[in-house]
Design a protein around this ligand. Sequence first.
Ligand SMILES: *Cc1c(COP(=O)(O)O)cnc(C)c1O
Length: 222
Amino acid sequence: MTIATQLNELKANIPDSVKLIAVSKYHSADTIMEAYNEGHRLFGESRVQELVEKKELLPDDIEWHFIGHLQRNKVRDIVPFVSMIHGVDSLRLLREINKRAKQINKTIPCLIQLHIADESSKFGFSFDECRELLASNEWSKFQHVKICGVMGMATFTDNEKQVKSEFKSLYRFFHEIKEQYFTNDRFFCEVSMGMSQDYTLAIEEGSTMIRIGTAVFGEREY
Ligand SMILES: *Cc1c(COP(=O)(O)O)cnc(C)c1O
């Protein structure tokens, strides 16, 4: 199947309210253009160097979402153009994003990454660590980051019950902190969860943004 077909089938099968981030990591600029030419504008990348190189080759109206683990010393490379940073997993990272964004007078939409999988390899706060972070209040003084919601990755398993319950826990946590810290904040509205193998479950559990790589582009090219 072509990328156009896969993209359009996917879009036909998800509610309009759910944003589709086409995860183009390890795919060339030419491949990305195939999706772009179908009208797609939301793309996700997880490595800074790769993103910076490809961004140069591609149209300016693409909205780039950084979805991977972000090192603090790379923040300034993406802050000038990135639309959203999904994987904020420490206060120090948030502080650095704020600092770099301030220098160029921008405000960067960010999602807090929560560790919901039962795998040690995935990044993110535990729910309690995140509660602590929010209670500490330092984040609320940052003028150049906008916390827009949460992001998480479920365990890589065929056990649907487990995946569903992990997504459910993230959704519930989103509402918990929304009520406590973001009650009247209309920007705090995103739950970024769901990848190629589990996006249907994620949508059932309240996802507002799915991050899809292989189901759009096929196997990664490099
Ligand atoms: C690679 C990646 C995805 C997409 O994975 P697929 O299984 O190819 O859909 C989604 N989210 C993150 C954080 C990723 O690194």
